[in-house]
Write a protein that binds this ligand. Structure first.
Ligand code: ATP
Ligand code: MG
Length: 439
């Protein structure tokens, strides 16, 4: 009875145990999801990453040590079970397993800190406190399977389109955009910060001649907000490309998002069913609204907004009411965009910056960047920042910087769209917000 795990290996995930395996001996490993002891017969549901299977134990027809082990089982204990597959109309997958050997690999303490079944809806905080159990629920693990597919598709997309994957430092000496949204850290004798965006590094990479680069990595923002769409640590999908402008990189973004939607719908059909969420693939390019028209739409919805204002939450909602699905918001005022954004030549109050929105949710910001040293210094100064603080960045603009453009997509926010989640905390394994630093 000893050493089942050492002697043998799992032969099947539960979802692959079906009638084709009738009368075959298999080994499954997983968690005890449910035990129903009817005296003469005991039903045990075993769960693994892929699903559940029923183990049926007729008390009189199994070996005494099997019965003894089954009677000792507790909810969420980890077990290995060797048994014979039998047809069973009412059980999941139409099969059950008649156990020949049962080994408790690790018992779970009782009571459990939270219910791992879908029956009880716990508060998000309770769930996050015991996230490892929360993720045992199919409705939760489905979100992370979809997020995994999203990142897979994105990487494939970039490689297929000639991009080079890069890694830039997250320990940085100065502000990206000069904002107050930085986490200061002690770096030996100096103060340093956690990177809020790879922006300056991916631009420096344009001067390196790498031409088209992308990075998928953490960004850190010390914003004090407590919203359903902000976290203090998020995953950003960033790209930058030389000899391209805003229009070019918008097209790349549109194609990437469309590919993500197609792949999610196709390859995560199971997960979407569990989440009761459907994905519509837009036919054709995403609609484009310029900032001027957006201001009109927002005002017409009764939300007051002046030209030059950033979009308030109410403004985003008003716009999202009119614009369903994904759309680009273009020609932003230069004033409310970062210093590295290229102003419009004819009307410098406007810029070549764009956002990609999904209804009222900002998914991405991008722009043609300034590649001229003098203009960049002027803009940095205009924003009230000190060009000296940007020395190592500015240097890259003095010795052959090509024109370039790029964008950053919030992977967690995009996952919200793909999974129909209305709280970003649902789409991050261990979210970091103002109040949460563990687990
Ligand atoms: P918002 O206006 O919604 O706060 P932002 O304009 O400050 O976002 P950007 O600096 O443009 O954000 O970052 C690019 C993308 O990264 C955003 O469009 C968003 O998808 C994502 N992102 C930015 N900040 C956060 C955050 N705090 N939490 C989660 N995702 C974020
Ligand atoms: Mg933005």
């Amino acid at each position: 009875m000893q050493g089942l795990l050492n002697e043998w290996r799992r032969t099947h995930y539960t979802k692959n145990v079906n009638v084709d395996l009738k009368d075959e001996e298999i080994i499954i490993m997983g968690w005890v999801h449910e035990i129903r002891d009817l005296g003469g017969i005991i039903f045990v549901l075993i769960r693994d990453r892929e699903g559940m299977v029923q183990v049926t134990v007729p008390a009189k027809h199994v070996a005494p040590e099997v019965l003894e082990a089954i009677r000792k089982l507790r909810k969420e204990s980890v077990v290995a079970i060797r048994g014979i597959v039998q047809e069973a109309g009412k059980a999941p997958n139409g099969v059950e397993i008649l156990p020949e050997e049962v080994e408790i690999l690790n018992p779970a303490n009782q009571p459990l800190p939270m219910d791992p079944t879908e029956k009880v809806r716990a508060e998000i905080d309770t769930r996050l406190d015991s996230r490892f159990i929360d993720i045992r629920k199919a409705s939760v693990s489905s979100i992370f399977k979809i997020k995994s597919q999203l990142l897979h598709t994105v990487r494939d997309f970039f490689y297929e389109n000639g991009f080079i994957e890069i890694n830039t430092p997250k320990l940085v000496a100065s502000a990206t955009e000069g904002g107050t949204e930085l986490f200061p850290i002690t770096y030996f004798e100096r103060e340093a910060f956690l990177g809020q965006s790879p922006q300056l590094y991916k631009q420096i990479m344009m001067s390196s001649g790498m031409d088209k680069v992308f990075e998928i990595a953490q960004i850190f923002r010390a914003e004090e907000h407590d919203t359903l769409r902000h976290l203090n640590e998020a995953i950003s999908i960033d790209m930058e490309a030389s000899f391209m402008d805003d229009k070019d990189v918008m097209k790349i973004l549109n194609n990437m998002i469309t590919q993500v939607l197609i792949d999610t719908k196709e390859k995560c059909n199971n997960e979407l069913t569990i989440l009761e969420h459907d994905i519509t693939i837009p036919d054709g390019p995403f609609p484009v609204v310029n900032y001027d028209d957006a201001v009109d739409i927002i005002n017409s919805k009764g939300v007051e907004m002046e030209w030059g204002d950033d979009l308030s939450r109410a403004a985003e909602k008003a716009l999202g009411d009119t614009m369903d699905g994904f759309y680009f918001l273009t020609e932003w005022p230069s004033e409310i965009k970062p210093f590295y954004v290229m102003p419009n030549k004819e009307d410098p109050t406007k810029s070549h910056a764009f956002d990609l929105m999904y209804k009222d949710l900002e998914i991405s910001s991008g722009a043609t960047r300034i590649h001229q040293y003098d203009l960049l210094v002027e803009k940095i100064t205009e924003k009230g920042l000190n060009p000296d603080a940007f020395g190592s960045y500015l240097k890259a603009f003095e010795y052959g910087m090509p024109p370039h453009a790029g964008w950053g997509v919030g992977a967690d926010r995009l996952t919200m769209v793909l999974t129909g989640s209305n709280n970003i905390r649902e789409t991050v394994l261990f979210p970091r917000d103002r109040h949460r630093l563990t687990p």
